[in-house]
Write a new protein. Structure first.
Lengths: 316, 310
């Protein structure tokens, strides 16, 4: 399958995106704002815990503010799911979703500390990036990872306290996978890796990681449809990881990170074919969903197609 | 060190303190074998609990082989920490208390909560050190997680991965608590996990040059939290009146680890509070105090012994 397939999909995806925006644009904006307010509220409660950031004055900065700012800057992580809320007529429980997002961001903080991420894609300076300007490692990394651990435990505790026990349990079960995947990612040989091993790490890390967000966001969606939506989103997470590996090839090689392009027998040409075929398959799967939902998912697909074309030059 | 020699070395003239040794000896002669049997039984159950907890790292067969060195290193670390939670068994025997089924889970949780970022030095070994085993024994099998080829863990990775692993283990234990329907234990473990994470954050930010001895506060708070988690679980079924002095005693024992000089008198005060529970319980408390003292305080200097996070 060639990149021509994606060129043909593009106009259809753009039309679907237009329909979605006309029909649900305002409702999506309302939902996004509502969740942002709730997340700010929950974040304030969590960061106001007694003893939080004790000794921060000796570490040369207002780290509570820095952590709060980073977590606020990262609230976009749920915006993709917000596009699907109004088409599904979901009764979104803002507190539940906001706490789920904060639990997810806890894992992200730990990941930043492990990988030494100073910024996110050159746009957002991470908490680790800020604190490592003042503190040397391992103190900066420990502080970042411990802040992440606190956020995970406290957000899940609050979910249970507010009666969202099913979501808390689901998140814990997914975390089980995420942590096993993150460990394997750290320990795996990275110069050449089997497809089986790479797929397992992606399933446990990138895919399960995104599922932390989806499972809570869609918790009120009726079960059969919920499973289908989450399945489609999981497939999209996997393809997004492949695309990221494609985009970050030079950086991944420099930092010796696990990558699709390190899989035995894989080269850019084969990886391109794999991505094209997977995106085309995902498009077909989306078309089998209710039309409003399919239109909403076109945003994600279009974003992936654009990334692919930008990276490969196939967009013309 | 026997109870008698510990008390003589530590405080030859202290009248209250010197009453502990004969009481402890009485306890040992009456309950010694029962306490040992109980400790052994609980240790075996807690070891099984640790293995069950770490199964999440093997669940996907595609990842099991990759994660195995880390799982083995982590298992070894947790197993070493388990006995630290068994000393309260001294009190269970004279109270004729059967530890609740949740106790092995909490023993395992306390061991996980004791994982410190500095444990990364043991867990994440460069290849050359792993090849001779973490203890330097050339015949030993690699005892810790090694990195991919041509990769040597740096300080950032070691500490961050250790915090992540500790979080993972505690998360798993909370899942097990739910599966076993031990709700109070789950709530207690969650609270302790939150507290310990905050303490680790504070410890990373603290600057000994600015804060002096206060720098130790987060580690002391975590030790206290772990000790209280164990005590609340073990004594959970007792009446409030019986539980309160035992929790107070457990609190002071945790603080002996950090402030031996200041808490010695408080430990004695806590000991006297156990008098209404009967002579047998008070004797057990004396043994517990002296054991803790002997294990944590250097008799020469009167200061806390250097060593792994208790």
């Amino acid at each position: 399958m060639t990149a021509e397939v994606l060129k043909q999909l593009r106009p259809r995806l753009e039309e679907a995106r237009q329909r979605h925006r006309e029909r649900f644009g305002a409702a999506v904006t309302d939902l996004t704002r509502k969740l942002s307010r709730e997340q700010a509220f929950q974040l304030d409660l969590i960061l106001s815990a007694p003893g939080f950031l004790e000794f921060q004055e000796a570490a040369g900065g207002d780290w509570k503010q820095a952590l709060g700012r980073y977590l606020s800057d990262m609230q976009w992580v749920i915006w993709g799911d917000c596009e699907l809320g109004p088409p599904l007529a979901l009764q979104c429980r803002a507190a539940e979703i906001a706490l789920g997002v904060l639990a997810y961001l806890g894992a992200r903080l730990m990941d930043d500390a492990i990988d030494g991420h100073h910024d996110y894609k050159g746009r957002t300076i991470t908490f680790y990036g800020r604190i490592s300007e003042a503190l040397a490692d391992p103190r900066a990394a420990t502080a970042t990872a411990a802040a992440g651990a606190y956020l995970v435990h406290e957000a899940l505790r609050r979910l249970e306290k507010h009666g969202y026990r099913a979501s808390a349990e689901t998140l814990r079960a997914i975390y089980s996978k995420v942590f096993a995947g993150a460990l394997a990612e750290a320990l795996a040989e990275r110069t050449q890796v089997s497809r089986d091993c790479y797929d397992a790490v992606v399933a446990h890390k990138a895919v399960a990681y995104d599922r932390l967000l989806h499972e809570v966001f869609f918790s009120t969606c009726p079960r059969p449809l919920r499973a289908r939506v989450i399945e489609v989103l999981a497939r999209h997470s996997e393809i997004s990881q492949w695309l990221n590996d494609f985009q970050d090839e030079a950086d991944d090689f420099r930092r010796a990170q696990l990558s699709l392009l390190r899989v035995s027998g894989m080269d850019r040409e084969r990886a391109e074919a794999l991505i094209v075929s997977a995106l085309a398959g995902l498009y077909r799967d989306c078309r089998r969903l209710p039309p409003a939902l399919s239109d909403a998912l076109s945003l994600r697909l279009l974003d992936s197609v654009t990334k692919f074309e930008d990276e490969t030059g196939h967009g013309g | 060190m026997s109870a008698t020699s510990a008390s003589a070395a530590d405080n030859p003239g202290g009248s209250q303190w010197s009453r502990l040794a004969p009481a402890a000896d009485r306890h040992r002669s009456c309950f010694g074998p029962r306490v040992s049997a109980l400790q052994e039984e609980l240790l075996t159950a807690a070891e099984l609990e640790v293995r069950a907890t770490l199964a999440f790292l093997d669940r996907d067969p595609r990842l099991a082989a990759i994660n195995r060195p880390a799982r083995e290193a982590l298992e070894k670390l947790l197993m070493e920490r388990l006995p630290g939670g068994l000393d309260l068994c001294h009190l269970a025997a004279p109270l004729d208390l059967t530890p609740p089924p949740a106790y092995p889970v909490v023993l395992a949780a306390a061991a996980a909560l004791a994982i410190d970022p500095e444990d990364g030095e043991r867990l994440w070994l460069p290849r050359e050190r792993a090849a001779v085993g973490s203890g330097g024994d050339k015949t030993a099998e690699p005892a810790a997680a090694v990195g991919p080829a041509n990769h040597s863990w740096n300080a950032r990775e070691r500490s961050a991965l250790t915090v992540m692993l500790a979080t993972a283990v505690i998360n798993e234990q909370l899942l097990r608590c739910r599966r076993l329907c031990i709700e109070t234990t789950a709530t207690g473990c969650t609270r302790a996990a939150v507290r310990v994470a905050l303490d680790q954050l504070a410890a990373a930010l603290a600057n000994p040059a600015v804060h002096g001895p206060r720098t130790q506060a987060p580690a002391r708070n975590s030790a206290l939290e772990r000790r209280l988690l164990l005590a609340r679980t073990l004594f959970g079924d007792l009446s409030v009146g019986a539980r309160a002095p035992l929790l107070q005693l457990a609190r002071e024992l945790a603080l002996i680890l950090w402030e031996p000089r200041e808490t010695r008198q408080r430990a004695i005060a806590a000991w006297t509070l156990t008098a209404p529970l009967g002579e047998a319980v008070q004797d057990a408390a004396a043994a517990l105090i002296l054991d803790t003292w002997a294990a944590t305080v250097d008799p020469e200097s009167g200061r806390r012994r250097e060593g792994p996070n208790p």
